[in-house]
Design a protein around this ligand. Structure first.
Ligand SMILES: *Cc1c(COP(=O)(O)O)cnc(C)c1O
Length: 399
């Protein structure tokens, strides 16, 4: 099939819910991907934060191959060797005290599980979430998500969800009632524009929750697993949640969602009250075991911290040179660059020049490269962006 045919088929047969980019990717390795014509790109998207260990990491490939030949499917009704191995690894790398795991298949599902669990454990129904939050698009997760464009067409959503301004402990406190089950928050808002919390906010939430007997749920679906320079972003602030949601990067590119909680909390679920057919699928578990080994063995969180600092400094140089850049912010290899106008044109131009970048809202460029990215790739991204920003600036001056 040629590219024209591929595009025609996707346009015709696939639900029209993705804002498509004009590239057909057919191969990836590390932080690089190639399109159908063999053109190379530096990937600062990681498929939306998924391939943290790089595309087709050899150890993940090997684990998938081996498991595929052994056992692809095994319902959680039965015990399984790689699943038990994965459970141990997850408990090992997550903050102390979190030690009971539900395995799902996506980020939204990990949030669904957290919402149900909070309600079941507490016997209360209200959840407080943040304005600007993103927690996924299934009906429960969507009820916690903020964006109007995601929510409006699907009302009524779940009752009992309140949104408060982030970084404002007073407003959170005011929103708490006798029926509040949990506070749900992303340590760093990803879709919301790479927003780092004000110092003291997450600690304050933890204290508030302890004081009032409310659960703290951290959605680390995007920030988790080394992305921000620590294994989990909550470690930057020394905050341990009662329930944590993980997904995206956890299985080296395969779909896996994880909800992990303190044992007494997860025990609120009785047999049959929550499950999923693919829960703990061996192929996914094998890939996740390999991915965790790579993240730990190659010290990818440290690498993210080091290279993230370098990347951010280089982007700050661009900010100093180009007036159209309003702000550069981020932690580790989760970086946002806010411009003074719509970024779509810049995204398209960078594709032309061999760089893939994400947006986060109308005017923010978001960089979520694989943590195995090399310095020289970062330099290429910066050089390409420098030229594009220059061009955009000149065009704006002329018009
Ligand atoms: C991506 C994301 C989700 C949703 O994950 P899906 O796998 O797309 O359902 C939830 N929370 C956060 C913070 C995310 O970044």
């Amino acid at each position: 099939m040629n590219e024209k045919e591929i595009i025609e088929i996707e346009e015709r047969l696939m639900a029209n819910v993705f804002s498509k980019r004009p590239v057909t990717l057919t191969k990836g390795r590390g932080a690089l991907v190639w399109d159908i014509h063999g053109k190379e790109y530096v990937d600062c998207t990681s498929s939306y934060g998924v391939c943290i260990v790089g595309h087709s990491h050899p150890k993940v490939v090997e684990a998938i191959k081996r498991q595929a030949e052994t056992l692809i499917s095994c319902h959680a009704l039965f015990y399984n060797d790689v699943r038990s191995e994965l459970l141990q690894k997850i408990v090992q790398i997550t903050p102390k005290g979190l030690n009971k795991v539900f395995l799902g298949n996506s980020g939204a599902e990990s949030v669904e599980c957290a919402i149900k669990l909070a309600r079941k454990f507490s016997g209360k129904s209200e959840i407080i979430a943040m304005m600007g939050a993103f927690h996924g698009k299934t009906m429960g997760a969507l009820s916690a998500t903020w964006g109007k464009k995601y929510r409006e067409p699907f009302k009524p959503l779940l009752p009992g969800f309140k949104h408060v301004p982030p970084d404002n402990l007073e407003r959170v406190s005011e929103a708490i009632t006798e029926n509040t089950a949990a506070i749900l928050v992303e340590p760093i808002r990803g879709e919301g524009g790479v927003r780092i919390p004000k110092n003291g906010f997450l600690q304050g939430l933890r204290e508030l929750c302890d004081e009032k007997g409310i659960l703290l749920i951290l959605d680390e679906v995007q920030t988790g697993f080394g992305r921000t320079g620590k294994m989990f972003a909550c470690e930057h602030w020394g905050v341990t949640p009662d329930i944590m949601c993980l997904a995206k990067s956890l299985a080296g590119g395969l779909p896996l969602g994880v909800t992990i909680a303190k044992e007494n909390i997860m025990s609120a679920f009785k047999v049959g009250e929550h499950s999923s057919t693919f829960s703990g699928n061996p192929l996914v578990c094998a890939a996740a075991c390999a991915a965790i080994d790579v993240v730990v063995g190659e010290r990818l969180p440290e690498r993210a911290a080091k290279l993230g600092k370098y990347f951010k400094e280089r982007l700050e140089e661009l900010q100093a040179r180009h007036k159209i850049v309003r702000d550069v912010r981020g932690l580790g290899l989760m970086i946002g660059m806010e411009l003074r106008f719509d970024v779509l044109n810049i995204l398209l131009k960078s594709i032309d020049k061999g760089v893939l970048i994400l947006d986060a809202g109308r005017n923010i460029l978001r960089f979520l490269p694989p943590l195995v990215i090399e310095k020289e790739h970062i330099d290429k991204v910066v050089t390409v962006l420098d030229a594009i920003l220059e061009e955009e600036e000149n065009e704006r001056l002329r018009s």
